[in-house]
Structures are given as structure tokens and as C-alpha cells.
Design a protein around this ligand. Structure first.
Ligand code: SF4
Length: 375
């Protein structure tokens, strides 16, 4: 099987730019009438020609979302295990360059945090660490997964890229999903953004979801950090990646996260900020191109934005979030978060807000979509 990197090379930046620039209004309307979209069609929906048709795209995206997911939205929450990191990502507050207090949870401390989360009714948890294999090796993550497994229906990880054997270790510990942000699909820009540390290996990171699927993880999330690269370039590459994963790993659930870069510690100027119009265009275009894919929206976005994106395609949202290590069990631990949270709603508040919108908050998604948050 050819890798995604090989497939992506058939869509170089120049080709993407030419197709986007060559898309016209009639192409956009034709695409919106199709049942199945090709990559070229997705690019037309991301192009400047599609922006005036956002309302048509929203209508189509809403229909497709209702057909596939009904009025349900899955809730999850992240648990930050460690902010010790050896990388120098220019856009991240956890970069080794930034002088902030570091904290690393023991298995016991992580279990205490997890029990606080479980008490809110949430049953999907996402474990996160910085990239520091010596202090947070795969075995440490597996130990925590085993310790907290009794409290959760699903345990996911958003950690450094691993090899296939390491992903197998996670599967055996009860972890079922992984999220891997490529940040940007531009190899040149990626090299500049990640000047040092293990994350500077673009190809190893890009192939991580493939290795995870081969190791037996049943749910994969991917995403680019919007704002780093020209909008259509990374938006298209992300959708193309999800589409390719769906085709090559049909038994694996694929979802796309849509983070926009937000303020953090440091002095990074966002090169290509994505405004709300283009953000909505991205979510609706993704839904039209990938009707089966989950779309995840984090608390980087405001409550207003998240509430408005649910009918347009978002199917997973985080709630009760703390991006500080040990942020739930300790009021003042001196550990800063990775990014600023815009939507601070608890699991109960998120459930109520979704209910007001006519949606059910689902805390366990694989028992006939029936278990609804009891809060
Ligand atoms: S983005 Fe991740 S790998 Fe990069 S500095 Fe931040 S925590 Fe470390």
C-alpha cells in the first residue's frame, strides 16, 4: 500500500492553488448537487468562489449531518498528564524554550484527576502529554490507561508520534483512539515551525495515523492548526488525509479536528489567521466531502461559535476543560495551560446548551447511541 505522503505528493501546492483559483460559482453549485465528492470538488468548496455560497453549503452540511449522526454530539474531556516537552514548536506555550513551570503527574495523581472527570458523567477521555519520551514513555501512558480504564468507556491519546509496536502497547492497555495533529502539511513550513526535537521529523509524524490503524486503534483523529498556512492549502490537505484514511482503513472511524491557533505564551505572529467566515466554510466543506467523518471542535472556540457549528457538522466537543497539568485536583499548581480556553462550560452546562439547541449530549458512542449524560 502506498503511503499518504506518496498520495499527497500527487497534490502539490501549485496544483491545489490552481484548482482553487480556477473554481467558479457554477462549479460550487454543481458540487453541492452531487452525492459523492472527489478531492477536486472539496477544493472547489474551499475556494474563494464558494465563500458567497456559504448558506447553500450550510444547508447541505446540515442535511448530511442529520442523516448520518442525528441530533447527537459526543462529549469528551482532555486530561493533561505532563507539560514537559523537548520540542521547540514556535506556536506552543509548552515549547522547551518557554520558561514556565513544568509538571508531570504520577499514575496516582493522574488517576485522581480522572476520577474527578468521571464524577461529572463524562466517559470519553483524551490523555495528553508533551513530547518527552524519557519522562513520559509509552509504558507510562499505558500504566495510566490501565489505572483509569474502570471509569471510562473510551480512552484516547494525543501524544507524540510512536512506532507500531508502541501503539500496540497502548491498544493492549485499553486505549482505543489517537489524535495526531500534523499542524501543517507544508513540509517546508513544518521544518521552520519545528526547528528542534523529535517532532521535527515531518514524515514520521505524517505516517503516525497509518501505524496506529495497523496496530489496532479503532478511532483516529487528525487535523491541521489553522492559521499557520494559507487557508485552502492545509484545509484541503487535512480533508484529503481523512478521505485517504477512510479509503485505506475502512474499519477505522476517522475524525477531523478543526483547531484555530489562539493566543499563548511566546511571541508567535499568526501568519494566515482564519476568520469566522472561512472557519464555517471549512467545517461545512468537510461535512459535504466526508459525510461519515466525525468533526471535533475544541474549547479554543467560543461557546457562541461551537453552538453554531453543531448543526453544520460538528459531532464532538470537549467540555469541563482544563489545559493545565493537574488543573482539576489542584486549585493553584503553578502550571499554565497550553492555550487559552474560550469556552469554559462544564459537562453539565454543555449538556444543557446542547439540549436547548435540540441535541443530545452523548457520553458513550457505541451502545446504539443511547446513553445520554445524566447530569
Ligand atoms: S505543540 Fe506539543 S510537541 Fe510542540 S512544544 Fe507544544 S506540547 Fe511540545
Amino acid at each position: 500500500m502506498a503511503s499518504f505522503q506518496q498520495f499527497l505528493s500527487t497534490w502539490p501546492a501549485g496544483r491545489r492553488a490552481a484548482v482553487a483559483a480556477g473554481s467558479a460559482a457554477e462549479d460550487v453549485l454543481t458540487v453541492l448537487g452531487k452525492d459523492t465528492l472527489r478531492p477536486e470538488d472539496f477544493l472547489a468548496l474551499l475556494s474563494p468562489a464558494a465563500t458567497p455560497y456559504l448558506e447553500n453549503m450550510a444547508k447541505r452540511a446540515h442535511e448530511l449531518t442529520l442523516r448520518r449522526f442525528g441530533r447527537t454530539v459526543q462529549l469528551f474531556t482532555p486530561l493533561y498528564l505532563s507539560n514537559i516537552c523537548t520540542n521547540r514548536c514556535r506556536y506552543c506555550g509548552f515549547s522547551v524554550k518557554n520558561k514556565q513551570r513544568r509538571r508531570h503527574l504520577s499514575v496516582l495523581e493522574a488517576s485522581a484527576e480522572a476520577r474527578i472527570i468521571a464524577a461529572t458523567g463524562l466517559r470519553h477521555i483524551l490523555l495528553l502529554t508533551g513530547d518527552a519520551r524519557k519522562v513520559s514513555p509509552p509504558e507510562y501512558i499505558a500504566d495510566i490507561a490501565r489505572a483509569i480504564k474502570p471509569y471510562f468507556a473510551s480512552i484516547g491519546v494525543e501524544v507524540y508520534a510512536m512506532n507500531e509496536e508502541e501503539y500496540t502497547l497502548l491498544v493492549l492497555a485499553g486505549i482505543d483512539s489517537m489524535t495526531m495533529f500534523q499542524e501543517t502539511y507544508s513540509e517546508e513550513l513544518y521544518a521552520w515551525l519545528h526547528p528542534a526535537g523529535p517532532k521535527s521529523d515531518y514524515a514520521f509524524r505524517l505516517a503516525a495515523p497509518e501505524r496506529a490503524a495497523k496496530a489496532g486503534l479503532i478511532s483516529l483523529g487528525i487535523g491541521a492548526l489553522l492559521g499557520l498556512e494559507i487557508f485552502e492549502q492545509d484545509a484541503f490537505a487535512t480533508g484529503l488525509h481523512a478521505w485517504w484514511l477512510q479509503k485505506n482503513f475502512p474499519g477505522v472511524e476517522i475524525s477531523v479536528s478543526v483547531p484555530r491557533i489562539c493566543p499563548h505564551e511566546g511571541d508567535f505572529d499568526v501568519p494566515h489567521p482564519v476568520d469566522d467566515i472561512h472557519f464555517a466554510q471549512y467545517v461545512t466543506a468537510l461535512r459535504c466531502f466526508l459525510p461519515r467523518a466525525g468533526i471535533t471542535c475544541s474549547t479554543r472556540e467560543s461557546a457562541f461559535m461551537r453552538d453554531h457549528l453543531v448543526p453544520l457538522g460538528v459531532t464532538r466537543v470537549s467540555a469541563g476543560v482544563s489545559t493545565a497539568v493537574g488543573g482539576r485536583s489542584t486549585q493553584d499548581n503553578g502550571s499554565q495551560g497550553q492555550f487559552e480556553i474560550s469556552d469554559r462550560r462544564s459537562a453539565a452546562e454543555m449538556t444543557a446548551a446542547l439540549s436547548n439547541l435540540g441535541y443530545q449530549a452523548v457520553v458513550k458512542d457505541w451502545e446504539a447511541m443511547t446513553e445520554v449524560c445524566p447530569l
